[in-house]
Design a protein around this ligand. Structure first.
Ligand code: ATP
Length: 358
């Protein structure tokens, strides 16, 4: 086998969409040996941890993984398995392409966007103080001492750190991505007029770093204005470079623009490792029923193939997805069809096999 890849089926609809994606990827000639590993609520039962050490070790060995969505059971005191995975492996960049797919009913045609989201900082850093705790009280007192800030006694507090080093590398990554993928503009979304020392720093650092790159044009836009423009005229945008929280929100917005969560792939990438996963969550409402659309997971697999240097196989999977969607005979209920998750996987795999090789 040419490549070893860790595969994490995950929770909810995860195992179903992962199985479908494996069908499609195994139909290419990329030669992937799958190393199964566990994470999420299921892993808590079988391994006693949301993110077992052996799963991290597997990814450290294979360097690339494909992962279904995982859930973090509420009220167990565990931090999110997704956030932990990104932090443990320093997967600082989330890449989420959203493009119009053939045969999918949408409001806007010709959308071709890529969200690049900073993955490790911002309000997702997990620096939180619960209302009424001793620590929250001490922080309130400190804030008063330091600068006269009065925070209400009944407030919970989440801290938003954004660093120069953390920003510099995501900006570098975004411009590098733009260059390799023939993208023309990189638009930074921010709220620097309100959060001067976090978003302000992000913006200032982005502008400085952008000056070192010539491939794509650099633009800046307030995040609220950007949201409005995206809803009205998404074709005007290309790469969107966003701090963590805005990136999370606008990823779903962009998914909505091209037909829904079942269609949008993603990757979490660091200097050393890469984990490919759809933007959607575990969707417990439709889990185990064969209703989930595996397209997002299959297209995440195409991104994995490209990352492995298997350009031709990646293109074959994307073309096969397009062909199945365009034909419209095999589609899951979210797209108005009555096919199962597995049937979509089989149809894409059959199409991959039909495409000319070499
Ligand atoms: P989580 O807590 O893991 O994020 P969630 O249910 O809150 O899960 P998502 O799973 O991202 O959030 O999705 C929200 C809804 O979108 C789901 O309840 C489901 O109805 C729909 N959905 C998500 N992914 C798919 C998919 N692949 N195919 C069809 N519908 C989907």
């Amino acid at each position: 086998m040419a490549h070893r890849v860790t595969v994490i089926p995950g929770d909810g609809i995860g195992p179903e969409v992962t199985a479908a994606a494996r069908l499609a990827l195994d139909a290419t000639d990329a030669g992937i040996e799958w190393i199964e590993a566990a994470a999420g609520a299921g892993a808590l039962d079988t391994h006693g941890a949301l993110l077992p050490e052996e799963t991290l070790d597997s990814i450290r060995q294979t360097r690339a993984a494909i992962k279904g969505p995982i859930t973090t059971p509420v009220g167990t005191g565990f931090r999110s398995g997704n956030v932990a995975l990104r932090q443990e492996l320093d997967l600082f960049a989330a890449v989420r392409p959203a493009r119009t797919l053939p045969g999918v009913p949408v409001r806007h045609r010709g959308v071709d966007l890529v969200v690049i989201r900073e993955n490790t900082e911002d309000l997702y850093r997990g620096i939180e103080f619960e209302r009424g705790t001793r620590e929250a009280g001490a922080l309130r007192a400190k804030l008063r001492d330091l600068a006269g800030f009065e925070v209400r006694e009944d407030a919970g507090i989440t801290v938003k750190p954004i660093s120069v080093a953390g920003t510099r590398r995501i900006v570098y990554f975004a411009f590098d991505y733009a260059q390799w993928n023939h993208r023309r503009t990189v638009t930074v979304g921010h709220k620097a007029n309100i959060m001067r020392y976090s978003d302000g720093l992000f913006l200032e650092t982005a502008a400085e770093e952008a000056a070192n790159h010539y491939g794509a044009e650099y633009r800046e836009m307030h995040i609220d204005h950007l949201s409005m423009r995206l809803a009205r005229e998404p074709q005007a945008f290309d790469v969107l470079l966003l701090p963590n929280l805005y990136g999370d929100i606008l990823s779903d917005l962009c998914a909505g623009l091209v037909g829904g969560l079942g269609l949008v792939p993603g990757a979490n990438i660091g200097w050393e490792y890469a984990v490919f996963e759809p933007v959607h969550g575990s969707a417990p409402d439709i889990a185990g029923k064969g209703l989930a659309n595996p397209t997002a997971m299959i297209l995440s697999g195409a991104m994995l193939l490209r990352h492995l240097g298997e350009q031709r196989a990646a293109r074959a999977v994307e073309e096969a997805v397009d062909a199945v969607l365009a034909a419209g005979r095999v589609r899951t209920p979210d797209l108005g069809g009555d096919s199962t998750t597995a049937q979509v996987g089989e149809a894409v795999a059959a199409e991959v096999r039909r495409l000319p090789r070499g």
